[in-house]
Design a protein. Sequence first.
Length: 388
Amino acid sequence: MRHFRLLKKLGCGDIGSVYLAELSSTRTCFAMKVMNKTELSSRKKLPRAQTEREILQSLDHPFLPSLYTHFETESFSCLVMEFCPGGDLHALRQRQPGKYFSEHAARFYVAEVLLALEYLHMLGIIYRDLKPENVLVREDGHIMLSDFDLSLRCAVGPTLVKSANSNLETKGSGYCAQPACIEPTCVIKPDCIQPSCFTPRFLSGKSKKKEKKLKPKNDVHNQVTPLPELMAEPTNARSMSFVGTHEYLAPEIIKGEGHGSAVDWWTFGIFLYELLFGRTPFKGSANRATLFNVVGQPLRFPESPSVSFAARDLIRGLLVKEPQHRLAYRRGATEIKQHPFFQNINWALIRCATPPEVPRQAMKAALTPEKKAPGVKPSGNYLDIDFF
């Protein structure tokens, strides 16, 4: 640790504390998670620290952290990662008027979180700890998901499946490719399909005669061949662990029924609700009351602030108490991305989207060192070090 200078403490979690650390030779700043090995061992939490390190080593995604190095001293295990000067979404929400985000801003943040969760599920990783405090804001205003010590790793088999749009007549599920052309309450069924939604745009100017030659009458599905979708949802994963934050716990975790990847979609719904309304939907006077509300109370929306039908509809689909009926239970993020709430999102170019806020003052404050970063003394004795 003699190569790093700890400038200030950024935060602390259940298994360690995070410091703003400067690499002495380059004066580059990093976030260093420091874990006391003796304390972790006495609390039987060494496996959690190992799981987090192994997960971080496997990640390669723009909205997930990069683990630059990991090293150990006699007393501490340290992870060196990217520093996010914008703080977390909880602190950013507190600074908003009314302490909630506009729908435009909330859509931006949850869209990037959704892509991060999709990637994790493709790797067989169930996150299990989504909350605003764990969503950090990078220097450019885009997000980074953090803290993986509660995550569950499991097997997953990515498969290519037919697009939902090709099965609409038989399954009657999904949303129109261009939601603006139908009523927001209208889930696609055979009697509400708008042919213009599925016709390639280059055909729109053709005459009716030519159009009839191109497609059989009353056969919407022959107008365009949908591309297959990559689906990698670890639906068969099961865990009996009671982990997470009370206000974000899914009902199946509380009831001890065993849980799988659907818990991430429940927490995604709670997360969106909190960004839009400034509070979680089932919070009680104490933790016990909160757990009771999650299991037994219906979802309610406050009258203010006003949010769109699409936002409320998405939250309702995610906060279904029976996981097998929850939105995204089978098809994961693919199903959520097709919801009308995200109709204007260009998923392929989301990194090019302009963030609602780019941190500047927050960065200056974060880089201001404290007199001393307590709790960790530098040590020159390396026991193990890995670079990635």
